[in-house]
Design a protein around this ligand. Sequence first.
Ligand SMILES: [Fe+2]
Ligand SMILES: [Fe+2]
Length: 210
Amino acid sequence: MGKSKKPDWRGEVRRVMYEAARAQASADSGFNYRWEHVQAVVVCAVKLAKLTGADCDVVEAAAWLHDIRKETGDRHPKEGGKYARKFLTKTDFPKKKIDAVAAAIEQHMGLWRDTPLTNLEAQVLWDADKLTKIGLTALLHWTGADVLRGRTTTTDDMIARLKSADYRKKTVASMHTQPAKRAAKERFRAYNQFLKKVRRELSADDLFVL
Ligand SMILES: [Fe+2]
Ligand SMILES: [Fe+2]
């Protein structure tokens, strides 16, 4: 009797992450921030892997699973790594690449780094994860989540919350890979530019030609 075929890993990681994100979405506001975030990270990580020569399977699996244990707070990179080791063996994911997936997940902590990561796949995951937190994607994700969860009710409040993400400069400086360094600067500039332009409209300073 032949061995039954293990399920397709791509479908499986997407499915378990979707379920985890639904469970994590507080009081389910209709805007599932975690799911939005993870999808953005996957798109970014896969492209970054192709551009840098990182292993695409490792990076994609790590991107799907990196926040799967987010409910465990600061321990979620470690717990996520553990989860990935166990879970991926139940799928058709290449066995010899599982350690690399877990290692990348274990190292994705922090919004900036004092010492850079040294492994390419871990660098790519870190860069992709943080790229989604410094540009217009972040602006939409955070505002969407805040409004729907009732954390913010005025435009001033939204702007103040967006302005308070002042760690982003350090995030930009912590990027590892060349394409991410460039994109980070561009995203950072676009976010700041947006806030500046909104302030200009709200104060009607745009009525004056400078
Ligand atoms: Fe995370
Ligand atoms: Fe993340």
